[in-house]
Design a binder for this molecule. Structure first.
Ligand code: ZN
Length: 192
């Protein structure tokens, strides 16, 4: 990538997959500690450690002025009543905004900042979501049959901080109640 002058990447419009590249894949077992129902989680991992989400890291130089972009594909499924989702992250440079554009499926972007403010935005095809600076973000697929496919772009030197969410979780969860998504407090959320 050092001598990169331009970069043409093909993403399949329906699947979000890029046939020429390898995606980074997160199976259910990689999500240990992130779901409220730990018993159900352990059962499911033992039965079938399915792919929960995958995304493309295009290897763009992590330096100022570059824009990192790719697609994220979150598959349908639930652990108990909690939908399949990405781990979610802050950016190492907290003052980083990010844009997501939904290509396929139905879901939510769950966001929160260190000050305790949180927000959700619906993801549906044709809609863009702006993740403001300082907000951790997680994609959640609420469809029971279709992958949630989004395109994302952010400053390339921003870095990822997964550890904070892995340790503390998000303040809120989106779970299914009577067939509908509802926002509830995360019983495992740790105030520090
Ligand atoms: Zn991000």
């Amino acid at each position: 990538m050092e001598d990169m002058k331009s970069l043409l990447v093909h993403f399949d419009r329906k699947t979000g997959l890029s046939p020429d590249r390898d995606s980074i894949q997160r199976k259910l077992s990689a999500m240990a500690g992130m779901y409220a129902d730990v018993v159900k989680f352990a059962e499911m991992v033992e039965q079938d450690d399915v792919l929960v989400y995958e995304f493309y890291d295009l290897g763009l130089p992590e330096k100022a002025g570059e824009v990192a972009f790719g697609t994220s594909i979150t598959y349908p499924g639930k652990v108990g009543d909690e939908y399949f989702m990405t781990k979610g992250h802050f950016h190492t440079i907290l003052e980083t905004a990010e844009v997501y554009y939904c290509l396929r499926g139905h879901g939510y972007m769950l966001m929160e900042n260190p000050e305790g403010e949180w927000e959700t935005q619906e993801l549906k095809p044709g809609c863009a979501v702006y993740v403001p600076q300082r907000y951790a973000h997680r994609s959640i697929n609420i469809s029971d049959s279709e992958p949630l496919v989004t395109f994302f772009a952010f400053r390339s030197d921003a870095g990822h901080d997964y550890g904070t969410i892995e340790t503390k979780g998000f303040r809120k969860l989106i779970v299914e109640k009577s067939g509908k998504p509802v926002i509830v407090d995360n019983p495992k959320w740790i105030e520090t």
